[in-house]
Design a binder for this molecule. Structure first.
Ligand code: AMP
Length: 586
C-alpha cells in the first residue's frame, strides 16, 4: 500500500471519535494490507514502531524535527516556528509549508509505500553514535521531500510521538477480530492472546494468517511481558468481604514500583506496570532475583520498595523515586537500596500458571523464593470475616503500608484486566506532615543486623500531654541515625535508663529499655496516621486508635536545648492532623 493511501486512512480516523466508526475504517484498511504491511500499519496506527517493551524510540529532539521540516520545505526555522505557533502542531505546520512548496514543484520524486516509510523511521530510531544527529536529520529530510503534504503531516506526528488519533489498542483488537474472524464474537480470544503477548503487530499477523487456531497457540514467552492484573477498590472491609467471599487472602499493599521479572537462565528482564523494559534501572533487583529464586525459568510479580539498609525499615515511595533522578545507577543502588515483596508467579519452567487458583500459585511461589530480608513473599493472611480483615489492615498501616490487597483465593490471574479478583483497601484519609516534630525518647530497642554493635538500634518516641503531664507514644524510629549519632545517644541516655516503664509514660508497647522522659530528638515524617498501637489521642478520632507518624526519620538534631516538657504536645499534633486531613484520591 502506498503511504499516501495509509495517510488518508489516518485522516479519516482522526476525523471521528466514535469507536464503531473507527472499527469500520480500520476494517477496510486491514483488508487491503498484505502480510508484510499489516504489522507495520498496526504499530504506526498506535504511533509506535515496535511494542513498548522493546524500547525502540525515535529519539528525535523537537528542535531537530523542526530543522528537518524547515529543510524539506526550503524555508527558515523561524518560519516553521511561526507556523507551529499558529497551528499548535508541527504536523499541521509541515502540511501547510510543504503544500506551498509542492504547488510550485508538481512532480514528486518517488511514491512512498508504508514499508518505505516504516523502514526509514526504524533505521532512524536505530541510529546512534556521534554522527547520528546529522544522519537522522538527513534521513528525515529525504523522507519528507518525497512525501505529499498529507503524508508529511502524519510522518512528522509519528516522529514527534504525537499521532493523537485517539486509538486504543483495544479498538485495534476489535477491528482485527471483525476483519479476520468475521465478527466481534471472538474478540475475547484475540484479547486473551494479546494479554499474554502484547505485541500488536505479532497478534495481527497471527489472526490474519492462522485465525482462531493461531490465537489459541499464543503462549507466555519469556522476554515478552504479560499485561498485568489490576485491582478494583472498595472502601470498607465489609464491602470487600461481601464481594470476594470468604475465606480470602489479605496481603500488605506495599507502596513502591510494580515489577514483572522474567528469568531465563542467567538472563533476567524487568518490566514496569506499563510494560516498559526497566532492567537497566535496577541492577540490584536483577541480582536479588538471580540469587533468591529456584527455577531456571520463571515469571514473578512483585513490589519493589526502598528500604533502610540499617534497620530494614520500609521507606516511602518518594525515596524510591529519587533513584530515577540519578544517573550513576551502581552508586544509587547502594544509597537507596531496595527490597522485593513478591506476590505472584505466572510461569515456571515451561508451565504457564495463569489459570491456577491464587492459593495454588502462592504455594508454588513459596517454593520458588529463597527468602531473606531483601527478597521475600508479601505479608499475607487468610481472613474469614470483616473484623479479621480490619485488624490485618490496621497492622499493615501500622507497619507503614498504604493499605491491603484482598484477593479471591480461588481465582485465576486475570492478565490485563481490572477485576474484583483483587480489591484494594486503602487508608481513606491522609494527613501530610510538613513540619518537623520534637519528640521525647521514652524507650529503646536493641540494635540488630549492622547495628548489633550498638546498645540501641531504634527508639520509642512520645509527645507531651500537657493536660495530664504525661508522655504518650507516637512512633518507633530507627531511620536517619549515623553510627556517631547512635554512639552519642548511648552516652546521653545513660543517666536516664530505668528497668521499667516510667510512671509518666503512657504506652501499650513493650520496649527493651525504658527511660525517664528527658531526651528530645527532632523527627520528620511523611504523614500522621491512625494506629491501634500508639497512645497519643487514643479514641479521640477513632475507637481503639491513636495517632502515629508514618515513615519517621531522625533529622540529625538532638534538641539538647529543649526540656521534655517543651516537646511537641498532643494538642499540637491533633491540630496538625486535622488541618492537613485530606481525602485520599484514587
Ligand atoms: P493501585 O496502584 O492503587 O491501583 O494499586 C495496585 C498496585 O498495588 C499494584 O499495581 C502493585 O503495584 C501494588 N501492590 C502493592 N502490594 C501489592 C500486593 N501485595 N499485591 C498486588 N499488588 C500490590
Amino acid at each position: 500500500m502506498k503511504f499516501s493511501e495509509f495517510a488518508s486512512y489516518l485522516q479519516k480516523l482522526e476525523s471521528t471519535t466514535k469507536k464503531l466508526e473507527m472499527v469500520s475504517i480500520l476494517k477496510e484498511l486491514f483488508s487491503k494490507l498484505d502480510e508484510d504491511e499489516l504489522p507495520l500499519a498496526c504499530y504506526l496506527l498506535l504511533g509506535k514502531l515496535r511494542p513498548d517493551y522493546e524500547q525502540v524510540e525515535l529519539g528525535i529532539a523537537a528542535r531537530l524535527l523542526l530543522r528537518s521540516v524547515a529543510k524539506a520545505a526550503s524555508v527558515s526555522e523561524t518560519i516553521v516556528e511561526k507556523e507551529l505557533k499558529e497551528k499548535g502542531d508541527l504536523g499541521e505546520a509541515a502540511y501547510e509549508l510543504l503544500k506551498n512548496k509542492k504547488l510550485k514543484k508538481l512532480v514528486f520524486s518517488r511514491e512512498l509505500t508504508i514499508k518505505d516509510s516504516y523502514d526509514t523511521l526504524l533505521d532512524l530510531a536505530r541510529m546512534s553514535g556521534k554522527k547520528s544527529i546529522t544522519q537522522k536529520v538527513d534521513a528525515l529530510v529525504s523522507l519528507l521531500v518525497d512525501s505529499s503534504p498529507l503524508e508529511a503531516k502524519y510522518l512528522v506526528r509519528i516522529t514527534s510521538g504525537e499521532l493523537r488519533l485517539g486509538l486504543a489498542d483495544m479498538t485495534l483488537l476489535d477491528a482485527l477480530s471483525e476483519t479476520f474472524l468475521g465478527s466481534r464474537d471472538l474478540r475475547e480470544e484475540v484479547e486473551r492472546a494479546y494479554n499474554v503477548y502484547p505485541d500488536i503487530g505479532f497478534i495481527a499477523l497471527v489472526v490474519k494468517k492462522h485465525k482462531l487456531e493461531g490465537l489459541k497457540q499464543v503462549k507466555i514467552t519469556l522476554g515478552v511481558p504479560i499485561r498485568m492484573a489490576l485491582a478494583e477498590r472498595l472502601s470498607s472491609a465489609e464491602e470487600i468481604i461481601e464481594k470476594v467471599g470468604v475465606p480470602c487472602a489479605a496481603e500488605y499493599k506495599y507502596d513502591g514500583e510494580r515489577i514483572q521479572a522474567h528469568k531465563k537462565g542467567n538472563e533476567i528482564l524487568l518490566y514496569s506496570r506499563r510494560l516498559e523494559n526497566i532492567t537497566h534501572q535496577y541492577p540490584d533487583v536483577v541480582e536479588l532475583i538471580s540469587k533468591n529464586t529456584v527455577a531456571k525459568e520463571l515469571i514473578i510479580e512483585m513490589e519493589c520498595i526502598a528500604i533502610d539498609p540499617d534497620t530494614l525499615e520500609i521507606r516511602p515511595f518518594q525515596e524510591l523515586m529519587q533513584r530515577r533522578r540519578k544517573y550513576d545507577i551502581e552508586k544509587v543502588s547502594k544509597e537507596i537500596p531496595v527490597a522485593l515483596r513478591i506476590f505472584d508467579i505466572l510461569y515456571v519452567d515451561g508451565e504457564p500458571l495463569l489459570n491456577l487458583p491464587y492459593i495454588k500459585r502462592r504455594e508454588i511461589l513459596s517454593h520458588q523464593i529463597i527468602e531473606n530480608d531483601f527478597a521475600k513473599l508479601s505479608e499475607m493472611k487468610i481472613v474469614n470475616n470483616p473484623k479479621e480483615l480490619e485488624d490485618f489492615f490496621q497492622k499493615a498501616v501500622d507497619d507503614g503500608m498504604e493499605g491491603v490487597m484482598v484477593k479471591m483465593i480461588n481465582s485465576d490471574y486475570q492478565a490485563g484486566a481490572r477485576s474484583y479478583r483483587w480489591v484494594k483497601l486503602k487508608k481513606e484519609y491522609k494527613s501530610e506532615l510538613t513540619d518537623t516534630l520534637d519528640l521525647v525518647i521514652v524507650g529503646a530497642y536493641r540494635g540488630m543486623g549492622k547495628r548489633s554493635k550498638f546498645k540501641y538500634g531504634s527508639f520509642l518516641m512520645s509527645v507531651y500531654d500537657n493536660k495530664n503531664d504525661v508522655f504518650k507514644t507516637i512512633c518507633k524510629v530507627g531511620t536517619g541515625f549515623t553510627e556517631d549519632d547512635l554512639a552519642r545517644l548511648e552516652k546521653v541516655l545513660e543517666p536516664y535508663v530505668r528497668k521499667e516503664k516510667h510512671p509518666r509514660v503512657v504506652s501499650n508497647m513493650e520496649a527493651d529499655f525504658w527511660f525517664i522522659p528527658k531526651v528530645v530528638l527532632e523527627i520528620i515524617g511523611a504523614e500522621i496516621t491512625l494506629s491501634p498501637v500508639h497512645t497519643t489521642s487514643l479514641n479521640k478520632f477513632k475507637k481503639n486508635a491513636g495517632l502515629a507518624i508514618r515513615f519517621p526519620r531522625f533529622t540529625g538534631r538532638l534538641r539538647e536545648d529543649k526540656e521534655a516538657e517543651q516537646a511537641t504536645t498532643e494538642e499540637e499534633l491533633e491540630k496538625m492532623y486535622q488541618e492537613k486531613l485530606k481525602k485520599v484520591e484514587e
